[in-house]
Design a protein around this ligand. Sequence first.
Ligand code: PEP
Ligand code: MG
Length: 585
Amino acid sequence: MRRGIAVSPGVAIGTAYVIHEIFVNPDTKRLEDSEITAELANYETARDKAGAGLRALERKVEAQVGHDEAAIFAVHQSILRDAAFTNKVRNWIVDERMTSAAALHRLLGEYTTIFAKTRDEYLQERLNDVRDVIIRISSHLSKVLDPNANAIEGPMIVVADELLPSQAVALGEIDVKGIVTQKGSQTSHAAIVARSRGIPAVSGLNGIVRKVKTGDTIIVDGRNGHVEINPNSETIKAYRKLEREFFDLKDQLATNRDLQALTTDHVELRLQANINGTNDAVAAVAMGASGVGLYRTEYLYLTHSDVPDENEQYKTYVKIVAASPNHNVTIRTLDIGGDKTVAYLGHDHTEANPFMGWRSIRLSFEHPEFFNTQIRAIVRAASEFKKGTVRLMFPMVTTVEEIRKLRSMVRRAYKTLNAQGIQTKEVPIGMMLEVPAAAVSISNMIDLVDFVSIGSNDLVQYLMAADRDNPKVAHLCQPLAPPVLIVLKNVIETCNTANVPITVCGEMAGKPRAFVLLLGMGLRRFSMSPAFVPSIKQLASQISVEEAEQILTSVMKFKTTAQVKKFMTRTIEQIAPNLKMLSME
Ligand code: PEP
Ligand code: MG
C-alpha cells in the first residue's frame, strides 16, 4: 500500500494504464542495419497517426467545447510538423541505431535540459506541449500505450507522472475510473479535472510510475490517498463493496440535481460552481449548480500567445454565460502572477516574492489598455443577457483607493461603449476578499462594492504566511485554523449586517467540515468545484442553520487546528454518515 495526497474523493478498482511508462523505462535496444529502414517507417507511421489524432481532437474540441480550447491542438500539430524535431529523431535512428521510442526519449531529455534554464512559466508550458506531442507519437509506437487499441481490459486507472492537457481532454472520451499521479497537489490540473468529472484520484505518489506496470490491478482510495498495487483477493473484495457504495451514492445524489438547496429549517442556499472554461460550465449545469460564482478568465490568456482582442474575449464570455446555469455568472478579471504567468504581459520572473508581488489587478492596472479591453468585453457580454445576472469581480483588492480606481474604469467602459452606440446593462461590481488588509478593513470597503467574494485559498495562505502550494508548510495553510475562522466570521457578519451579498469561492466552500462552519457564520452563498455541488446540497438538507450555529459556537472555543478538525470530523460523521464515502482528508 502506498500513500499520496487525496485530491478527488471516492474509491475505484481497475487495471492500470501507465501513460509515461516509455519515459521511465527507455528502450536500450540497438538496431541492426537491416532494421533501420523499417524503424524509420515505424516512426513516420506513428507520426502520421499522431497528426491524424490531433486533427480529429482539434475538430472535436472545436465543435464541442470551443475554438480557443481547440487552439492548443493546432499548436501541437505545428510541433509535430517541426523539421528540427523530426530530423533529430531520424538522425538518431540512422546514425546511432536507436529505436524511435529511445530517440523520442532522448529528444524529450534535450528539451527538458534546455527549458530547465528558464523559469518563464510560459516557456515551461511549451515544454509540456512538446512532452505531450512526444507522448502522443510514442503511444502509436507501442500498442500497450494506445488507449484506442483497447489494450486495457475492464475499468481503467490512469497512472501518470502528471496529466497533460490533451490527456485531460481525452479522459472525457475514455471510461476512466481512477487517476494516480506522481506530481501534483489538490490545485493541480489533474486534480481539478478529476474532481469536475467525479473520478477518484490520488496525487503526489513519488515513484509510482516505476512501481506499477500497465495491466496491474490497482485500487485508488481518493478519501485518504491510499493506493494498492496488485492487492490480495480479500482487499479487492472489501474495496468492491466500497466501490459499489460510492457508485450508489453518486447515483442517489444525481437525483437532487433539480432540487433547491435547502437546510432542514428551509433556509435557501445558493450553491454555485467555480469554472475555468465552457466544459466546466456544462458540468456546473449537470451537477445542479445554481450559477457560476467564479469564472477564472486566466485560461483564456494562458492559451494565447498574445492578448486576445475585445471581440474574441466578448465572444468567449458570451459563450460561457450561455452555457452556465441560469446565466448567472461572476466573471473575474485576469488573476495572473504568483504561480501563473503570461510572458506577453511583461513577466520577467525576477520577483523574490511573486505571491506578494506584481499579480492580479496590480499587474492589470499597469496595462490599462489590456485591462480596459477586458472590462469592456465583460460589460458587453453581460449586457447581452436578459435572463440571469453577470457580475464583474476584481481579484486581490487590497485598498479603498483600488476600488475607487476600478469603479472609475468601469464607468469609463460604459461611456466608451455607449458612445459607440453599444447598449449596456448595469453590471454589479464586486471584490474578492483574499488579502488580510482587506479583511481587517472590510467595513471601509463594503459601501463601495455591490458584492464580496472570499477567496479563501489565498486568504488562508496570506493569513498564515504559508504558501498554498508548498507541501512543507501545508500543516499551517489550513482553512480550519482558529485564526482563519475568526477572520471569516467577522467578514461574513460585517457583510450580512450591511446587506452586501457575500460568497466564499475558495476550495473550502465545497468541503463538508468547512461548509457547516460557514453556514453557522451566516454564509448563504457558496461557490465550489462543480463535482462537490450534489454532496453539499445533500449535506445542507441534513442540517439546520440553528444546529450549524451551535456547532460553530463550540468550535470557536478551540485554540488549535487539530481540535477543530477532530471535532468537525466527528460532527460530520454524525450529521451525514451517508456521505462518508465522499469525504476527503
Ligand atoms: C482563492 O484564492 O480562494 C480563489 C478562489 O482564487 P484562486 O484559487 O484562483 O486564487
Ligand atoms: Mg485567489
